[in-house]
Design a protein around this ligand. Structure first.
Ligand SMILES: C[S@@+](CC[C@H](N)C(=O)[O-])C[C@H]1O[C@@H](n2cnc3c(N)ncnc32)[C@H](O)[C@@H]1O
Length: 320
């Protein structure tokens, strides 16, 4: 079922928006999540993106149902209506970005209360200046702003995400945010300025030492850093999914991440393959790297995954 949202929808490269809706229907969520994983699917003849047939295959629903879902996604303004042609959804990169951002906002809405409670942020954030690094959809930056953050900067390298985040912040009527294009490895801010830095699901893609040194230098003394990042079970799950989908390329990438993550956790080395250096995190390695940046782990929580291994880590550290 679709729930109507009060405000204007995000509009990355879109025609004038119609009233936007939030996705609450589990069927929609499954399709959105499939779209998010369609990066490597290319359908001959479309030139870009994937057709509904590809989505249907991934989520095991009929092509007919999927075509209807495509129409509903377009009606909900989550994809550009011109992408729905001949009963098929032809996605561009923007389309995937939009779908991804919408899904992350849903995830954040569902998880934010628990997250804030866990970290003791259930009360007013006390006008803190906060940096959300690799902010993506802006879901968490908006949540910080809504919960009493003095000013929240969202930083990302991806322009499409920043446009989405700005529109989302406007639609939620939080004025105390700014979204800035920037690289975590060369941040456009002075030193010792932020009360808190939040980094969710960005660290796996970055050289840990460099990124955390950069982050630590922007924090004032006594300031907090919250890192949420993937553990080994996340990538084992990704690998298993790629094998089930007979996606050899995806499986090879996940295997490389697992190998690189193992090396990293044992030695601290993070091998760069092309432009990528993706790894999973272990708490002991993260603690060591944080310590070299003057950050001391205060608390850590793990989300268990398969066979008792860690799916994700949430670590709170303080600059001493
Ligand atoms: C998996 S998404 C997570 C988005 C958001 N933090 C969330 O939890 O919903 C990773 C984000 O990191 C951003 N990113 C990756 N490398 C970056 C870099 N070097 N500097 C800034 N942002 C980066 C990507 O553009 C993307 O928005």
């Amino acid at each position: 079922m679709l729930r109507r949202q009060e405000a204007e929808p995000p509009s990355v490269g879109m025609p004038p928006p119609r009233p936007s809706m939030l996705i609450t229907d589990p069927e929609f969520r499954t399709v959105l999540s499939a779209i998010h994983h369609l990066d490597d699917v290319r359908t001959p003849g479309t030139g870009h993106g994937a057709t509904v047939g590809g989505v249907a295959e991934l989520v095991s629903i009929s092509v007919h149902d999927c075509a209807q879902i495509a129409q509903r996604l377009a009606a909900a303004n989550l994809v550009n209506p011109s992408w729905v042609r001949e009963g098929a959804l032809h996605l561009t990169d923007d389309g995937r970005d939009m779908a991804y951002c919408a899904r992350e906002i849903e995830v954040c809405r569902n998880a934010a209360d628990e997250l804030f409670l866990k970290l003791g942020w259930d009360e007013d954030l006390g006008q803190q200046e906060i940096l959300d690094l690799g902010c993506g959809s802006g879901a968490y930056a908006v949540e910080f702003a809504r919960r009493g953050g003095g000013f929240v900067f969202g930083v990302d390298v991806n322009e499409a995400y920043l446009t989405y985040a700005k529109t989302y912040a406007d639609s939620e009527k939080v004025g105390n945010t700014a979204f800035v294009r920037g690289d975590v490895l060369a941040l456009p801010f002075g030193h010792d300025v932020f009360d808190g830095v939040f980094v969710r699901n960005v660290l796996p893609y970055l050289p840990h030492g460099r990124a955390l040194r950069e982050v630590a230098s922007r924090l004032r003394y006594g300031g907090w850093l919250c890192v949420i990042t993937h553990g080994i079970a996340y990538y084992l799950g990704q690998f298993a999914a790629a094998v089930r989908a007979a996606d050899a390329r995806r499986a090879a990438i996940d295997l490389a991440v697992l190998a690189n993550g193992s090396l990293h956790s044992l030695t601290g080395c993070q091998v760069r393959v092309g432009r990528k250096c993706q790894v999973f995190s272990t708490l002991s390695r993260l603690e060591k790297t944080l310590a070299t940046c003057g950050l001391v782990v205060k608390r850590a929580w793990r989300t268990p995954g398969c066979c008792g291994m860690t799916h994700s880590w949430m670590v709170e550290a303080v600059k001493c």
